[in-house]
Design a protein around this ligand. Sequence first.
Ligand code: PEP
Length: 254
Amino acid sequence: MRRPVFIANWKMNHGPTEARAYMAAFTARWTPHEDRTVIFCPPAISIGVVMHALGSRRDIAVGVQNVWTEDAGAFTGETSARMAADAGARYALVGHSERRHVFGETVAETALKCAAAVRNGLTPILCVGELLAQREAGTTNEIVLNQLRAGLAEVGNESVAAAIIAYEPVWAIGTGKTATPADASTVHAHLRGALRERIGDRAAAVPIVYGGSVNGGNAESLLAARDVDGLLVGGACLDPANWATICGTRAAKG
Ligand code: PEP
């Protein structure tokens, strides 16, 4: 049985002042739930404030939205996995569609970023997803399996078994369009198949979460789908009350 995972991606929203107010509102309404994992991915500049707001609470974890491939050095403007871990992050989003399609991140860089995360004790949340034209051309599986295999190429099998995978169709991110639960389920099953080829039966324990215009209205049906083990949410996590509602989504299969 995989514990559902709820991941909030604040994107480039909520600097330190807003983050402080947000976390006060969220922690006041969210009591620890043993049956699920909640992860916040604030902008790197707000990680310290979020960690401070969490205090001794261990039921909520923090991730960084992106890391650079190296641990330190002359890379102005970048955040390393080593620094994110030092700030309290336990997870790292890698290969988010905005990194790939807005900032031109290559699959080779994605692989090195996963390796940097693992090297510094962070769990990678590897994001994969197809463009609309690729879906329409029927190449979704080929695209996402390539992103998955290539993204995990530089890490060992133990780290693959401990990773989180996020299926995020690019056409669904921030657009109000969502994959149907059945379509998401089909892609997730293919992803799990590819994980099985790499790590055998341990693939059954790897959470594969869905992202793309998830909100309070569609979260339950998506989470009910087979092989959908959680949700990665952008726009709808920006309000603490909305996010608490989504984190409380009933997680029953079938
Ligand atoms: C995301 O940023 O990963 C995402 C899924 O965004 P949204 O929920 O806004 O589509």
